[in-house]
Design a protein around this ligand. Structure first.
Ligand code: FES
Length: 94
């Protein structure tokens, strides 16, 4: 099972998740309660996270991420609600 490490300010949350999980869906059912998110549909950017490691295992950004994040994609930011977790990942949210 992939391990997710989420950093928010000085706090670090680590949890294993089922393969092919979506962290916003897990947050919605209180299995990843610290994650910040909003619409869950790629429209609000409240779920934006910077990928610290594991970015190479994520799929290519979809059109929603390209539209909402623009140049921030190249800085390592992704819309967490649009990601499928298939392997270990470390991310930060402000
Ligand atoms: S939760 Fe709104 S864009 Fe991800």
């Amino acid at each position: 099972m992939p391990k997710v490490k989420l950093q928010q300010n000085d706090l670090v949350y680590e949890q294993q998740v089922e393969e092919n999980s979506n962290l916003v869906v897990l947050a919605g059912i209180k299995k990843f309660p610290h994650l910040k998110y909003g619409c869950g549909m790629g429209k609000c950017t409240k779920c934006v996270s910077k990928i610290v490691s594991g970015a190479d295992q994520l799929g290519e950004p979809n059109w929603k991420e390209k539209k909402m994040l623009g140049d921030k994609l190249e800085e390592g930011y992704r819309l967490t609600c649009q990601l499928t977790i298939t392997s270990d990942i470390e991310l930060t949210q402000e």
